[in-house]
Design a binder for this molecule. Structure first.
Ligand SMILES: Cc1ncc(C[n+]2csc(CCOP(=O)(O)OP(=O)(O)O)c2C)c(N)n1
Ligand SMILES: CC(=O)[C@@H](O)[C@H](O)COP(=O)(O)O
Ligand SMILES: [Mg+2]
Length: 641
């Protein structure tokens, strides 16, 4: 009976230094234990699972072969980094993933020296690794930079900008392309087809195997010749790889789950004098966990789940998610308007456009992780008479800001931006918070910027986006489920720039934008009970403002509060500007703006995030009471009311 180790190998590995003490033959068992630990941890926390399972062997091999953290390992997106975190001193905290005060769900510099660069937005790893590699080259410091980038992330232009620039890094830069033939959805576009051809060209693989055997038997100086022959072979069989044309030595494709292949190849890459080198590994998203392998999405993002059955915890049936309300509304609108087309940047289900894709496949475009292209592509469609809906999460739209300004706003084109995940998003934390879209869009001439207070409003706003012939319109709405309000049978055409009074009062006016309306109404109840009669307005538009309504409220109430799920420079700033321009604050009106604090908020439950941000009912009440105690010199008088 082979001696069964009494302690799991994983228990002997706290950091990669411990890992590197193991024998190569032990790594298979270590990887199996690492996979089991990853499954067990994510079963209790939820999070991103499929991607991490796909890189268990790769993570093990990289940390085994390269001298991390001195060799800088940079994960692209970082959603696959849980095995990496377990192997780099954070196993004891892995079950705090994506929770308040816990580990981030992505790599994070402040968390560990083994996370030299933060991630979460896709396709940044090669640029960052090139920065580290070039710094080392300039300073003479030893060490390589290794970027691990997925096939999905390779669909973003930024990856090519970096590769185009990489030759100078020489052998300091290693790029590992983790090709699992999946993005969040199945990958799209020419690159995906290209990678599939490489992976499937058997004659090439046969030739490569023979060459590798020859190369191994040759003394080292001949390796170079063999490698050139190898490139020639590649040129013969595949017309030169895209990556070599960009100046990389291409190695692969190799089986990313086979440690016997991975270790020697990575050792060769580590010791190579030439570079930069791109290693193409083929992996399986969800590898080693049957429920993930069988799932269409390979368990990309999961709720807590039963590890035995893979059954995910089901949220109690509640109101529909905003993304699906938008998707269904757009499907309805498209039935009677064939100008409508829909664009996603690799997020069909997250944006709710999967419904549109099923109903109108010819008018649906998944452009891959390519937000900049998505926006200008939409601008082209609009310029040629279509009514494009570009559905991009608030945070990911940041990447395409110049396209929004230069190609859409200046040309005043009727592109419609469906901005999901607007506001705080909970477990994904600061990198995914949709904090800035009102600030960065409402400052642009020609733009209309709306915020839905609930799912019924989202239906009305989607309809208005279709019907209103104007320049660009953005409608923003939050992650998650609606409020449970009834959805309208017939959507209303909203008058651009007009808000609505939801509750009439006399002394305090709360001017709300978006779904903070519910908290504003709760605050109004409390204030009424304190004898402070409160008006609540849903402004609906951050641009153009409903100036007549704002003017009336500010001149008939003692205190006015604006509230929005966005950073400074949004609704509050625009109302303040109006008020100051028109002298509405010269006569003693107490005007206060409530917005997200000037900081990047870590992951937590959304309600906790909003309470911490001072954007819940209690904060509104406190702000009103404090304003009432502010004397003319701005001193807060007396004890708390
Ligand atoms: C700029 C940007 N757009 C969209 C996303 C959402 N997103 C996260 S992971 C992912 C797919 C990544 O695919 P791939 O790189 O192949 O990694 P895999 O999940 O297959 O391991 C997408 C679209 C993102 N993180 N960043
Ligand atoms: C890793 C990544 O960027 C996506 O998977 C993102 O986490 C999805 O966010 P939602 O869960 O809000 O759709
Ligand atoms: Mg992939």
């Amino acid at each position: 009976m082979a001696d069964v180790p009494d302690t799991p190998l994983l228990d002997t590995v706290d950091t990669p230094n411990d890992l590197r003490k193991l024998k190569p033959a032990d790594l298979r068992q270590l990887a199996d234990e690492l996979r089991a630990e990853t499954i067990s941890a994510v079963g209790t926390t939820g999070g991103h699972l499929g991607s991490g399972l796909g890189v268990v062997e790769l993570t093990t091999a990289i940390h085994y072969v390269f001298n991390t953290p001195d060799d800088r390992l940079i994960w692209d997106v970082g959603h696959q980094c849980y095995p990496h975190k377990i192997l780099t001193g954070r196993r004891d905290r892995i079950r705090t993933l994506r929770q308040g005060g816990g580990l981030s769900g992505f790599t994070k510099r402040s968390e560990s020296e083994f996370d030299p660069f933060g991630a979460a937005h896709s396709s940044t790893s090669i640029s960052a690794a090139l920065g580290f590699a070039t710094a080392n080259k300039l300073s003479g410091a030893p060490g390589k930079a290794i970027a691990v980038i997925g096939d999905g992330a390779m669909s973003a232009g930024m990856a090519y900008e970096a590769m185009n620039n990489a030759e100078a890094a020489g052998n300091r830069l290693v790029v590992i392309l983790n090709d699992n033939d999946m993005s969040i959805a199945p990958p799209v576009g020419g690159l995906s087809a290209y990678l599939s051809r490489i992976v499937s060209s058997r004659e090439f693989l046969g030739l490569r195997e023979r060459l590798k055997k020859v190369a191994r038997r040759l003394p080292r100086p001949f390796h170079q010749a063999a490698r050139k022959t190898d490139e020639f072979a590649r040129g013969m069989t595949m017309g030169g790889t895209l990556f070599e044309e960009l100046g990389f030595y291409y190695v692969g494709p190799i089986d990313g789950h086979n440690l016997e292949h991975l270790i020697p190849v990575l050792e060769n890459v580590r010791d190579a004098e030439e570079g930069p080198i791109l290693v193409h590994v083929v992996t399986k998203k969800g590898k080693g966990y049957a429920p993930a392998e069988a799932a269409a999405d390979k368990y990309h993002g999961v709720q807590k789940f039963d590890v035995i059955t893979g059954a995910q915890a089901k949220a109690p049936p509640g109101p529909p998610a905003y993304q699906n309300v938008f998707g269904a509304a757009l499907v309805k609108e498209a039935a009677t308007d064939n100008r409508i087309c829909a664009i996603t940047a690799a997020m069909p289900s997250g944006t709710g456009l999967d419904a549109f894709a099923q109903n109108y496949p010819d008018r649906f475009f998944d452009v891959g992780i390519a937000e900049q292209h998505a926006v200008t592509f939409a601008a082209g469609l609009a310029a040629q008479g279509m009514r494009p809906f570009c559905a991009i999460y608030s945070t990911f739209l940041q990447r395409a800001y110049d396209q929004v300004v230069h190609d859409v706003a200046i040309q005043n084109l009727p592109v419609r931006f469906a901005i999901d995940r607007a506001g705080l998003v909970g477990a994904d934390g600061a990198t995914h918070a949709g904090s800035f879209d009102v600030t960065y869009l409402a400052t642009l001439p020609n733009f209309v910027v709306m915020a839905a207070a609930d799912e019924a409003e989202l239906v009305h706003m989607t309809h208005t986006c279709v019907q209103h012939d104007s320049g660009p319109i953005a409608v923003r709405y939050p992650r998650g489920n609606g409020t449970g309000v009834d959805l309208p049978e017939t959507p209303e055409l909203l008058e651009i720039g007009k808000g609505r009074i939801v509750r009439e009062g006399k002394k305090v006016a709360i001017l709300s934008l978006g779904t903070r309306l519910a908290e504003a109404l709760k605050a109004a109840d409390t204030l009424d009970a304190k004898g402070l009669s409160t008006t609540v307005a849903d402004l609906r538009f951050a641009k153009p403002l409903d100036e007549a309504m704002i003017r009336r409220l500010l001149t008939t109430h003692e205190v006015a509060i604006t509230i929005e799920e966005g950073a400074i420079g949004g609704l509050g700033a625009h109302v303040l500007t109006l008020a100051s321009d028109e002298g509405l604050i010269d006569g003693g009106l107490k005007l206060r703006t409530l917005r997200l604090p000037d900081l990047f908020q870590d992951q937590d439950k959304p309600d906790a995030q909003y309470a911490a941000a001072g954007l819940d009912a209690e904060a509104i009440v406190d702000t009103v009471l404090k304003a009432l105690r502010h004397n003319s010199s701005g001193v807060v008088e007396g004890a708390r009311a």
